[in-house]
Design a protein around this ligand. Sequence first.
Ligand code: ADP
Length: 459
Amino acid sequence: MKLAYKERIASRLTLVTALIILVVFWVIYLVANFTVVTNIDRELGLETDKHRGEIFMINGEIRFLHMDEWQEMEHSQIQLNPIFIEIVDLEGNSMDRSPNLRENHLSFSPEKSARKEAWTLRIGASEVRQMQIPLINAGKLEGYLLLAKSFEDSRELLNNLRNVLLVLYPVILLSLFLTMRYLAGKSIEPIQQIIRKTNQITQSNLNERVPVAEPNDEIGQLTRSINELLERLEASLNREKQFTSDASHELRTPLSVLRGTLEVLIRKPRNSEEYVEKIKTALSSIDRMSATIDQLLALAREEKGKNLVKEELELITFLEEIVDQLANEQQRKISFRCESGVPVFVNANEKSLQMILGNLIQNAIKYSGPDTEILVKTGVSQTLPYIEICDAGSGISPEYLEKIFDPFFREKEAVDQLIPGTGLGLAIVKKLAMESGIKISVSSEKGSGSTFRLDFPIS
Ligand code: ADP
């Protein structure tokens, strides 16, 4: 059976309390029992001492100090709280007994007389506490005096106490369980509100939030965490939507150009130059599309940093090769400077690092004038290797310094000046850098140039 949370809390607390109450009730009963028995034994002891001075046995015969008093004494009458007396010889044979005993006898137990200890026994239908003392005459043991006191009233008191405790026990536990269940239900009410609200939130109303009732308690913290999670989900969903729409847009433009060019081509027969020109336009549209698709694939490739094969690379040699290769390809002068006197080793994936540097150096070329300097630097700062790619080009507006790493983001200026690009390069660079644990940062001033810096982790 699956219990509701509030019932689970209530039953656990009730169970613990049940054990505690059981122990408390048990102790109460034991203390009451002990007190009642001690009282009755003390009274019995006093009676015994009183009778010890009044009853003697001399050579097997009973003598009373005040015979007349003994005959009139209370033991012959039926009393509310009577004392029963019996005198027995050494073998326990009854020699005399108080009339209130009627046909009953007290119990004889010689070993208990030495210790003056009382015990409980039944005489007929009633329960009594009995004590026994030896009767000694001139140093000789002659017999025993047995005294008993009714235990009926005390037993009734103890039974009443036991019954009250037995009735109280389930009543207390039941009311405790119900109260705790009610209180537990009250305390988890805010959680139920959270459940209701989060159940209503779907993709279509992801902008809604769970109301925070008590901001400072744990439930407030839970609500805030859920709201933050929703915020992150919403942002990622929006990013995804934006990405899909940007990607479609980016592919639709060259497709329209391609379609337009082909439509123009089939409208009427053309001469071979016209065909060559139109086909070249079509081919460049196809090139643009495949470049975008390649970059989209690079961005979508699922490669976790852990699975990336890393090897030891010496940065100075590695960078010199890349710089030479790109300078040749792009027909552009690129300077290289090493600020470390010794070789700089890093642990990195060669392909990723090539792609990162290729993108950054190509951007430096794209976004700076043909005569401005492009410098690639490497060195070690506080024992960690770094690479910097510096250009003296157009620079980036401060408000876009974070945005340039978003997929498809391009500064308006780049679009207006028809500088080729898709806006995916830096998104790929950021993804690859994150996979390799490389920290990427940028500093730039509009009109003066930009510096992209890669800081490598400890090898
Ligand atoms: P793309 O170069 O294809 O436009 P990127 O993701 O590489 O895409 O760059 C995004 C934007 O960041 C560019 O459009 C440009 O506005 C800006 N940017 C990147 N690198 C530089 C740079 N070295 N100098 C100035 N602007 C840059």
